[in-house]
Design a protein around this ligand. Structure first.
Ligand code: HEC
Length: 113
């Protein structure tokens, strides 16, 4: 009985870092997918690697709490920016958000091997 509890605890301990790792890999997949979407649709105006020339909004300024602002602006367009609703799926917009967040001024770049 005691041995079983011990083995159980070992399994739980071993499983924790694994699940964390797979969560990270999942995010990297999204970030890379978002980079491809960005390069296809957004780079011409918002700049290479999200570095704005100053003519358009610098997406690296967005903060974690700006997600709904991001989605509304991207879907409906803003000023000189066309709306992307219909052109991009909500999955692609989610990937874009992950890419933007991974490279924001607030965070260290990740998934850039
Ligand atoms: C034709 C040029 C152009 C393209 C392509 C473009 N944008 Fe923009 N974007 C702009 C301009 C100009 C602004 C500034 C709008 C304003 O505030 O008047 C802007 C602003 C934004 C903002 C900030 C809006 C806010 O809330 O202030 C976000 C987010 C954004 N763009 C995301 C994207 C994404 C994601 C893509 C690719 C799917 C994209 N843009 C493609 C021109 C563009």
């Amino acid at each position: 009985m005691r041995l079983r509890a011990f083995v159980g605890a070992l399994i739980v301990l071993a499983a924790v870092p694994l699940s964390l790792r797979s969560g990270f890999a999942q995010d990297c997949k999204k970030i890379r997918a978002g980079e491809r979407v960005y390069n296809n649709y957004c780079l011409t105006c918002h700049g290479e690697n999200l570095v704005s020339s100053g003519q358009t909004f610098d997406l690296r300024r967005l903060r974690a709490e700006d997600r709904s602002r991001f989605e509304i602006s991207v879907n409906n367009g803003k000023g000189q920016m066309p709306p992307w609703k219909g052109a991009l799926t909500s999955e692609e917009i989610d990937q874009l958000w992950h890419y933007v967040r991974a490279n924001s001024h607030e965070s260290k770049p990740t998934c850039r091997e």
